[in-house]
Design a protein around this ligand. Sequence first.
Ligand code: CO
Length: 460
Amino acid sequence: MKQLHITETVLRDAQQSLIATRMPYDDFEAVLDEMDKAGYHSIECWGGATFDSCLRYLGEDPWERLRKIKSHMKNTKLQMLLRGQNLLGYHHYSDDTVRRFVRKSVENGMDIIRIFDALNDLRNIETAVDECLKAGGHAQGCICYTLSPIHNLDMFVELGRQIESMGCNSLCIKDMAGIMSPQECFDLVTALRENIKLPIYVHTHATTGLGYMTYLKAAEAGAAGIDCATSCLSGGTSQPATESLVYALTQMGFDCGVNVKELKKVNDFFLPVTEKFSASGVFDPYVLSTKTDALVYQVPGGMLSNLVAQLKAQNAIDKLDAVLEETPRVRADLGYPPLVTPLSQMVGVQATVNVLLGERYKNIGKEIKSYIKGEYGKAPGPVNAELAQKVLGGEQPITGRFADTLEPEFEKAKAYLGDRAQSEEDVLSYIAFPQQTEQYFDKRDSEKPLVVQFSIKEVG
Ligand code: CO
């Protein structure tokens, strides 16, 4: 029988996509032993927005959460998502921070680190990959999947070759927007398998309704594994359902390695948890409906709902069509970056500003300027020359790796925190999210409840 690995995402991407990463550790602790018996290849449980959310909203130490989860996992590998040189934040950190962060992740129990760069600039994942391997972790390099006139099979295969030669243990095709069609997936997995030896994992979302079909074609093409979410937290902006895919794939002759009875126990456990978030309004059924607009506009579902929210706030929802037409133009001007955090937010805001001011690039966002200066990495394609001139004047963009220009951060942060930091992990939390971490330290010191705030929507 052909093997197909299942990664269960309920503790990370599924709850990030459906309930804004608001699930506290106490809500799922009681199911961890059961999850460990289910036979998943891995459980994605950390990274992405979970780290920020623990500190910002839940009053939890993310490192402690990781250690606690690990203590229940005798058989199952833990997996996390890391934004390369951005770690779990929104800007580039210095190499000393990246190395310490990755090493501490492995030391605290992480097995598989899935590492991506929003621009597919692999220089931005090199340090994290290198340290993961040195620390004894499994490094999974990512191709961020996107469609554009410059993204094609050859380009993706070349990225795959580079990921392989970097020493990664496996490769992930990361379709954060759920726009990869079944046929595109089949062709891409096939092309990668013809050219590289790494096992290929496929990550998609059910947003556009293609996800289930895409996974079947991934399996047919010889993918090593797929990411699914337990059924009560599946569908819509989350992953396709674990149980349904296991059912279908088993009949197609795949051994998914899971115990179906355990899968049911896991889902039975999460059902009332889900209902609690529905009752409080955190879980909005709107995110579950199939949204095919993303296929027309080529923008991720999360980004679309952001644009709608922004325009409503400006009392300009009548401009939505204009903004949706402007979005791909801005993306083209920037050399077709994949629309994943943080680029999805940057492109969306600039398109909105261009439309609302009635003049393109009258006002250029600070992040867009940094992008054009090369501070996020190399743009996939050429940046519009006129726009580049406007931002750079006579200056040259950075062509090297931006992190090479950054001073070491760790010792400075450690000195600043003094006694407040009880561990190296504390210092790393502070470097990653200074404000939220100080707020968490205050809470830890005094045990006062946290004030709840709102955050930006993640697309990843
Ligand atoms: Co995702």
